[in-house]
Ligand binder design. Structure first.
Ligand SMILES: Nc1ncnc2c1ncn2[C@@H]1O[C@H](COP(=O)(O)OP(=O)(O)OP(=O)(O)O)[C@@H](O)[C@H]1O
Ligand SMILES: N[C@@H](Cc1ccc(O)cc1)C(=O)O
Length: 465
């Protein structure tokens, strides 16, 4: 069936101020509460009866898009997912939109170079990975915080490839493209900054804003969606959606910008900067994920507790008061890490992260013994993993040679006698010592061999009696 022609509503083509954001903390109710956490930073457009009134009028539909340009979401994107979950808690309908179509175009916002095109297999596996990130975070949120959500709220994951699949380019350009003005599109920051570079910008990327605007329109028509969330690099795209929808329906829709999470050098955490902390275990293990938050500086931990957790602000205040008295305990960092790891990897993921922390930093044998093969490989990513048949009478020296932890001959022998070796966190100085199950070999069949300060080797013994 042909898509209906879109007509501009008479008198609706008004000009929207180019940069018109304002702080939300003065707004009433739910918006103010989330703005106080620092999560909802700015609103677009600021004038008119506005978003606060719309939210008071009943449950609304809100969306945020994620382009599957990698096979997992990351910590920067998590903030946008949390924005959606705050809406869900307040009884609204949240849509996480996977940009299966827009990822093939590539958003120029915040990028100095055009993205490489994605081949169909990579795209398919990225869509799967992003869907997995979104579903897992939502399932964990349901288990941990679902009891606080107002009844009736929904959370859906959609893919914009589903509404572009059967569109014809000529029909699309003639019905949608004619509502976009070149001057306005050219004025976007994402376009201006790229036009100044020697490579310039392709038509494909230039048109990205039209597709994101059309997504908003589609969700507005099909799901009554009037609110779009995005990091503050998305302002231009949100404005395009607002202008387009206003032109063809005469209705007002809203954009809410979230702050961008940056690293210590001020770069946006994400795929493009190559510094992403991923939400999928295959890319960042629960242990590394947990440690990322444990390592946060005192200067950012309070802000992160407000942004990345659902802890009430009063509780965060108390945690910070305790921190002033006992900073060495790093209570806020540990609480932050525990809350976010639970949300992303579930309770089991948090337990795994803690087991790995105890095994690595506190030399705890019981933690090492309880670790699965997957955890071991995640924790000692660089460590060679060797499987070997156990034979009674095997010496420490034989085990070390089997995993090439020491060189053959006198040099290897010396490393052990001079105290450079430990097995399962116990120092061993006699190369001829016989391996004893229960001591050198843990119940899970493991010997963790360490040479020097940080060279780990994992030896998994098979056929232990
Ligand atoms: N570091 C970040 N802090 C806050 N929001 C972020 C961050 N990174 C991405 N987002 C937001 O997540 C949403 C989805 O972004 P997208 O899928 O394009 O990822 P991205 O990391 O921005 O990609 P890239 O780094 O390749 O530009 C957008 O609203 C974007 O603004
Ligand atoms: N343009 C967004 C992702 C997105 C895709 C489609 C949308 O409809 C909305 C947002 C980004 O790159 O961060």
């Amino acid at each position: 069936m042909a898509a209906p022609m879109l007509h501009a509503v008479r008198g609706a083509a008004r000009r929207v101020p180019r940069v018109s954001c304002r702080c939300l903390s003065g707004s009433p109710g739910f918006l103010a509460a989330v703005a106080r956490r620092g999560l909802f930073q700015e609103l677009f457009p600021p004038e008119g009866p506005g978003l606060p009134d719309l939210l008071l009028s009943g449950p609304q539909t809100v969306y945020c898009g994620f382009d599957p340009t990698a096979d997992s979401l990351h910590v920067g994107n998590l903030l946008a997912v949390l924005g959606l979950l705050h809406f869900h808690r307040a009884g609204h309908h949240a849509i996480a939109l996977i940009g299966g179509a827009t990822a093939q175009i590539g958003d120029p916002s915040g990028r100095s170079l055009e993205r490489e095109p994605l081949n169909p297999e990579t795209l398919e596996s990225n869509v799967r990975g992003v869907r997995d990130s979104l579903n897992r975070v939502f399932e964990n949120y349901q288990v941990l915080h679902g009891g606080h959500a107002k009844p009736g709220a929904t959370f859906n994951v959609l893919d914009n490839a589903s509404w572009y699949r059967n569109r014809q380019p000529i029909e699309f350009l003639s019905s949608v493209g004619r509502h976009f003005r070149m001057g306005t599109m050219l004025s976007r920051h994402s376009v201006q900054s790229r036009l100044k570079t020697p490579e310039g910008m392709s038509l494909t990327e230039f048109l990205y804003q039209m597709f994101q605007a059309y997504d908003f329109y589609h969700l507005h028509q099909q799901h009554g969606c009037k609110i779009q969330l995005g990091g503050n690099d998305q302002l231009g795209n949100l404005m395009s959606g607002h202008e387009f929808i206003h032109k063809v329906t005469g209705e007002d829709v809203f954009g809410i910008m979230l702050p961008l999470i940056t690293n210590t050098t001020g770069d946006k955490l994400g795929k493009s900067a190559g510094n992403a902390v991923w939400l999928n275990r295959e890319r960042t293990s629960p242990f590394d994920f947990y440690q990322f938050f444990v390592r946060q500086k005192d200067s950012s931990v309070e802000r992160f507790l407000k942004l990345f957790t659902f802890l009430p602000l009063e509780e965060i205040e108390k945690i910070m008061e305790q921190h002033v008295k006992e900073p060495e305990k790093r209570v806020p960092q540990k609480r932050l890490a525990a809350e976010v790891t639970k949300l992303v990897h579930g309770k089991e993921g948090l337990e795994s992260a803690k087991r790995c922390t105890h095994a690595l930093y506190h030399s705890r044998i019981d933690a090492l013994e309880a670790m699965s093969d997957q955890e071991l490989q995640e924790l000692f990513q660089e460590a060679p993993f060797t499987e070997s048949l156990f034979e009674p009478g095997t010496r420490v020296l034989d085990a070390c040679l089997a995993v090439s932890a020491i060189p053959e001959g006198a040099r290897g022998f010396d490393i052990i006698t001079r105290g450079g070796l430990s097995i399962n966190h116990q120092k061993i100085t006699n190369p001829d010592e016989i391996l004893v199950p229960g001591q050198h070999i843990l119940k899970n069949g493991l010997s963790l061999i360490k040479v020097g300060k940080k060279n780990f080797y994992i030896l998994k013994w098979l056929h232990l009696i």
